[in-house]
Ligand binder design. Structure first.
Ligand code: ATP
Length: 233
């Protein structure tokens, strides 16, 4: 499934925060959204999820999604893991992974096996309350919950926030494996160096607009990233 966004604008109430956004995420691609705090990265994911007012065009293959409800966007295969995890702390890991309702017991068991192969630690923690997991494990659980919805496009908002460097690298390796399975990934990550290592494309945002886009080797080292981060301050 291919996500093609053009002339997207979005914001809160009457104020537009992002303008004229063009981006594309194909199957198996990792597209990194870079930019300083407040540049509009999270706002783009919220617009694509259908939870804030938006205008322009959001196509999934041949289907226009700009007026589709948030619930139907998830059903169509676009799943958002917001910043700050969103797991149920009082439920066990196993319960968190059962609370996604695929509708078929057999399919659910297959999916659970699949996510546990990607995140073996979750099988070890199966009966522990999610609230007792480490930050890295909770983040893995949040991504695993999203995978239970069988996304075709997975949107991750700073999944590595607050994680120790080694855990962060492990999580990024898993994100690479998820994409290798054919899922398109739209990734927000503060650490530009790290996300450029796994991304196939990158977009640099500044003040709600895309100021550069291309392959990581076209963007890294050109000075434009540093400039965008500095100019925002
Ligand atoms: P960060 O890394 O800090 O999350 P970001 O690039 O994701 O940065 P956004 O969160 O998209 O940036 O914020 C872009 C702009 O939108 C900021 O000026 C912010 O103040 C504004 N904004 C964000 N959330 C809201 C909201 N719920 N209501 C009104 N304005 C908001």
């Amino acid at each position: 499934m291919k996500l093609v966004v053009s002339a997207l604008s979005a914001g809160y109430g009457n104020s537009r925060v992002v303008h004229d956004i063009t981006l594309m995420v194909g199957p198996g691609e990792i597209v990194a959204l870079l930019g300083a705090n407040g540049a509009g990265k999270t706002t783009i994911l919220r617009a694509l999820s259908g939870i804030i007012p938006r205008a322009g065009s959001i196509r999934l293959d041949d289907r226009e999604m700009i007026d589709v409800s948030a619930r139907d966007i998830v059903r169509a295969g676009v799943v958002h893991v917001p910043q700050g995890r969103g797991t149920f702390g009082g439920l066990t890991v196993g319960e968190n992974l059962s609370a996604t309702q695929t509708g078929s017991v057999v399919r659910e068991a297959e999916l659970r096996d699949k996510v546990c192969r990607l995140f073996p630690i979750l099988r070890e923690r199966w009966t522990q309350p999610a609230g007792e997991l480490s930050g890295g494990e909770q983040q893995m659980l949040a991504v695993a919950r999203a995978l239970m919805l069988e996304p075709r496009i997975l949107m991750l908002d700073e999944p590595s926030l607050g994680l120790a460097p080694l855990i962060r690298i492990e999580l990024f390796e898993t994100i690479r494996a998820i994409a290798a399975d054919g899922i398109g990934v739209l990734l927000i990550e503060q650490n530009a160096d790290l996300s450029l290592k796994i991304a196939s494309q990158a977009l640099l945002l500044s003040h709600g607009r895309v100021v550069a886009s291309g392959r990581p080797d076209e963007i890294a080292g050109s000075g434009i990233i540093e400039e965008a981060y500095l100019n925002h301050a």
